[in-house]
Write a protein that binds this ligand. Structure first.
Ligand code: ATP
Ligand code: MN
Length: 534
């Protein structure tokens, strides 16, 4: 069964508590994992050779079922809130035992050694134990891949134990329902059960790094993508889910550092991951050629459907979920930077997908406005798929990533503020969302225009434009931008009903102010002055 020359760490797995007579598939490559998934009836190859699977009951993360073990180490350091939900240590031990017994009783399991953080100084070794081959393929694609030599003396610091088929019993296991993701910082273990959504593994490690790096190592961890220009200038793109981190960082003229999770040290920006996890809903070769071409042997495609009678993916199909995804190693993007470590950022973009159509498509922020926007972490999604529901729903998520931040947002914001000042970074806000009216009336900003705005900001061509301050939000809007019709640069002039724009803009400003109340006492006057004017 084992088709590799690398030694299986059997004794260590036993010591972990994994007993039974498993066939252990250790460190298999993508071709073998793909074949095994197909042979076991868990997946089908599409016409370009990528493995297509269904993740099962869960097709997205389940934030209400993510727990952090509350113990002497975390009690006073974790910011306990609706995303950082405490669980007692006894439940962690109980569930770990049950999970290992469950996996121990399986005929076969998949184990892989990997690491996070491209910067060797911050490298985090991880051993991933999976119930399914495709989950293990995800780990191969998304974490960094040690060389054979590095594997000889590999010592895992963290473990991920993941079993989608295992169900917790909430009555005795301390969980909310049958699925869970539990992080123990003391035991350096992430337990995942009852959900096959692969993103739980990557965002689990991201949460771990969001604790360790700022808390112990003075490195700012960020929910952002990053890329690098020809002369080495680095840009980072912060944004909540769906705002364009992955899409906009894949730029044929710039080297990709990473699409989702990075660290900012005193002299570099480095990727935590070894791969990308891109959305595929409505994917087209014309608009997003890099991502489209990454769907090939080795890629793992989740929750898509084929056109009837074919193995051609229907990217418009939402039958399982709108959150269809593909994971692939960074090298599938032709201009990926390896190792994925760049210099200090010269430009920061805050991406927002404003479905109200209020914020300008591109604007420049003062340092105070930048901090205000970072702490606010605004985006507004389209309300949903229910018929008749057209009102967008706003989200404020501190540091553009509250669900993954174990520490108080003030910690990350303070570090970003210091780094921005020290490095004199330009900060831009990009609205990838609606223009010409809110959702239902206006339309989403053309991807080509957004790309042109970012390119102009990066190559200095926006520095020569004249600017006008937004009357309510205060950010500076350029009067012209190469490759973009000037009339769309000021959102107010794109609305047929300007009175409606003014009203909506005030309404959104009020939401910002209300959301900011909880931070107001802990920030400087410079940041408070950057609040929108109602
Ligand atoms: P996540 O954190 O969930 O990975 P993300 O920030 O990486 O989210 P993307 O995967 O880049 O978000 O999603 C942006 C989606 O919006 C893509 O499907 C993209 O095709 C679409 N889109 C449409 N118009 C634009 C635009 N003007 N700018 C950016 N993305 C756009
Ligand atoms: Mn992404």
């Amino acid at each position: 069964m084992i088709a590799t020359t690398i030694m299986i760490p059997t004794e260590k797995l036993k010591a972990l508590g994994l007993s039974g007579n498993n066939g252990i598939h250790y460190q298999l490559g993508p071709a073998e994992l793909t074949e095994q998934a197909v042979l076991r009836g868990q997946g089908i190859l599409n016409d370009t050779g990528a493995l297509c699977i269904q993740t099962g009951e869960f097709t997205g993360r389940s934030p209400n079922d993510k727990f952090i073990v509350k113990d002497a180490g975390t009690e006073g350091t974790v910011d306990w809130n609706k995303f950082n939900i405490p669980i007692e240590e006894k439940y962690f031990h109980q569930l770990k035992k049950k999970l290992l017994e469950y996996l121990g009783a399986k005929e076969e399991i998949w184990v892989r050694d990997a690491y996070a953080c491209a910067d060797p100084a911050h490298r985090l070794n991880i051993r991933v134990i999976n119930e399914n081959p495709w989950s293990n393929l995800f780990a191969y694609n998304m974490f960094l891949r040690p060389s054979e030599r590095e594997l000889e003396n590999f010592e895992p610091e963290w473990h991920i134990i993941q079993a989608p088929g295992f169900r917790a019993d909430p009555a005795v296991d301390g969980t909310r329902q049958h699925n869970f993701a539990i992080i123990s910082f003391t035991h350096k273990t992430i337990l995942i059960g009852g959900t096959g959504y692969t993103g739980e593994m990557k965002k689990g490690i991201f949460s771990v790094l969001n604790y360790i790096l700022p808390h112990n190592k003075n490195v700012l961890s960020m929910h952002c993508s990053a890329n690098m220009g020809k002369d080495g200038d680095v840009a980072v793109f912060f944004g909540l889910s769906g705002t364009g981190k992955t899409t906009l960082s894949a730029d044929p003229n710039r080297k990709l550092i990473g699409d989702d999770e990075h660290g900012w040290t005193d002299d570099s920006v480095f990727n935590f991951e070894g791969g990308c996890y891109a959305k595929t809903i409505d994917l087209s070769e014309e608009k997003e050629p890099e991502i489209f071409q990454a769907i090939r042997p080795g890629a793992l495609v989740e929750n898509v459907h084929f056109f009837p009678g074919t193995t051609q993916i229907d990217f418009s199909c939402k039958d399982t979920t709108e959150n269809t995804r593909v994971s692939y190693p960074l090298g599938f993007i032709s201009n990926a930077l390896e190792p994925s470590i760049g210099g200090l950022p010269k430009n920061i973009f805050f991406l927002t997908c404003d479905a109200y159509g209020v914020l300008p498509p591109v604007s420049k922020l003062t340092p105070g406005q930048a901090m205000y926007q970072f702490i606010s972490g605004y985006t507004a999604k389209v309300a949903g798929t229910e018929a008749g529901v057209t009102e967008p729903k706003s989200t404020f998520s501190a540091c553009f990533g509250a669900p993954f931040l174990p520490l108080h947002p003030g910690k990350y914001a303070g570090m970003l503020g210091e780094k921005m000042k020290k490095n004199k970074v330009n900060v831009w806000m990009i609205n990838t969302g609606w223009s010409g009216g809110p959702y239902g009336i206006g339309s989403r900003m053309k991807l080509g225009y957004t790309r042109a705005m970012i390119t102009a900001a990066l190559d200095g061509r926006l520095d020569v434009a004249g600017y006008t301050a937004h009357p309510v939000f205060g950010m500076m809007m350029p009067d012209s931008c190469p490759g973009v019709p000037s009339e769309i640069l000021n959102p107010r002039s794109t609305w047929a009903d300007t009175a409606a724009y003014d009203a909506k803009s005030k309404d959104l400003a009020a939401q910002f102010v209300q959301n900011f109340e909880k931070y107001a006492s802990g920030v400087t006057q410079e940041i408070l002055d950057a609040a929108p004017k109602i």
